[in-house]
Design a protein around this ligand. Structure first.
Ligand SMILES: Nc1nc2c(ncn2[C@@H]2O[C@H](COP(=O)(O)OP(=O)(O)O)[C@@H](O)[C@H]2O)c(=O)[nH]1
Ligand SMILES: [Mg+2]
Length: 394
């Protein structure tokens, strides 16, 4: 069993540099490469100063962690990461990704928001979209860029017309968190749940294809199509005390609005229970190590304005790991053979030992390799094995 993860404070995973490039932080990758446990990844996106970092600290089960912006400037440039032991899933690591705010006026490039959104989406198993007030037209307008995801993300490397219909099979669960919600949950006089409230806000204007309705419908259609699993939580004002509001992370829960504290708890419980282990290609469980590799692959794609292709990412990941498995297996064989006193009494003795170590090595390879569907790496491994036997017996 791996030891529990110890990470004192969040670190930057992907830096959004001054010249608008995204760069992975090698220290974060090094840290992730030491995590062999499967990971549940929760990312949060939304406009800046909407209480994102505060909520992420709650998910970490901590009062402080991610920096809360006490000024109007966006505090976090890029994507920050905090790894903690999963509070419910044994031997799993919960990876929290906190993003800089969308709609930062200092970032002139119109692509900034969609790139942050894309990276958060591709790396997470649950994505929280955080906004303030109500889910109204303005809130949905801020998410307009989801309509452009087809220009950035691909499921398969070969062109396919129905690509976007496949998004929902691979995308994370989507949770809309509405902060400082000041309405009552009612539609046409009847009580609704928060989920019902979200679904109502996503309703399309009919007739759908009428040009004047299309702009209104577009983000709604995309959200419905891409995120099959949707959930909504509304949060009251945390407190009426303005001074508390400025430094919420220092205020204990019993000094805050009880309803808000309960809503935060309900939100965290839902995520802890429902956010799955991150997987690629539906089957391969992502470990911390693999998450670091995925971050590198997707950041590189986004930075160079190439498509971020999920199938290609899974293939690169498999190739990288399978190469390492071949190496580890052959190393095992070689190390074991070094312990054999040569020459052995008979060739039979030699062959028995050799095939025993060969079996062990193959087991190592098979345990560590994945997605080796056409057995390219198994063959490569067997080739190396055969050469080894010839080398040793000569
Ligand atoms: N009104 C209000 N303020 C909040 C809430 N949560 C946090 N804050 C305060 O809003 C400011 C920004 O919070 P932060 O979590 O850094 O927002 P972020 O920029 O979205 O990450 C801080 O001063 C917090 O104390 C909330 O639910 N409502
Ligand atoms: Mg923040």
């Amino acid at each position: 069993m791996d030891p529990p993860i110890q990470m004192e404070a969040p670190i930057c995973l992907i830096e959004n540099t001054a010249n608008g490039k995204f760069v992975v932080n090698s220290e974060a990758i090094r840290f992730l490469s030491g995590i062999n446990q499967p990971v549940v990844v929760v990312a949060i996106v939304g406009m800046y100063r909407t209480g994102k970092s505060y909520l992420m600290n709650k998910l970490a089960g901590a009062q402080k962690g991610f920096n809360l912006g006490a000024t109007i400037r966006a505090e976090t440039k890029g994507i920050w990461m905090w790894c903690v032991p999963h509070p419910l899933k044994k031997n799993h690591t919960l990876v929290l990704l906190d993003t800089e705010g969308l709609g930062d006026v200092e970032k002139g490039d119109g692509k900034n928001d969609i790139w942050i959104f894309t990276l958060a989406l591709l790396l997470s198993s649950a994505m929280v979209y955080n906004s303030k007030g109500t889910i109204d037209q303005d809130a949905l307008d801020k998410l307009k860029f989801v309509g452009e995801l087809t220009e950035i993300i691909k499921v398969k490397s070969k062109d396919n017309e129905d690509e976007e219909e496949k998004f929902s099979r691979h995308f994370p669960i989507f949770i809309w968190a509405v902060r400082d919600f000041h309405l009552s949950l009612e539609i046409e006089g009847g009580q609704v749940s928060a989920d019902g409230y979200l679904e109502n806000a996503l309703k399309l204007k009919k007739p759908e294809m009428l040009p004047r309705n299309m702009e209104y419908n577009k983000p709604r259609i995309c959200l419905q199509m891409y995120f099959g699993n949707r959930k909504c939580f509304v949060f009251d004002f945390p407190t009426t005390n303005n001074e508390f509001l400025q430094r919420l992370e220092e205020v204990p829960d019993d000094k805050l609005n009880k309803k808000f504290v309960d809503q935060c708890k309900e939100f965290c419980d839902y995520i802890w229970k429902n956010a799955d282990t991150k997987s690629v290609n539906d089957t391969v469980k992502v470990t911390g190590h693999r998450l670091g590799e995925l971050a590198k692959i997707y950041t590189e794609a986004v930075s160079s304005s190439k498509f971020a292709c999920m199938e290609d990412a899974a293939l690169s990941l498999a190739e990288m790991e399978n190469k390492a498995s071949v190496q580890e297996a052959t190393q095992h064989y070689e190390d074991k053979m070094k312990t054999v006193g040569l020459p052995t009494e008979t060739l039979d003795d030699f062959m028995t030992l050799s095939s025993q170590y060969e079996d062990e090595a193959r087991k190592i390879f098979l345990e560590k390799s994945f997605n080796d569907n056409d057995q390219q790496f198994l063959r490569e491994y067997l080739d190396v094995g055969t050469q080894n036997i010839q080398k040793q017996s000569n």
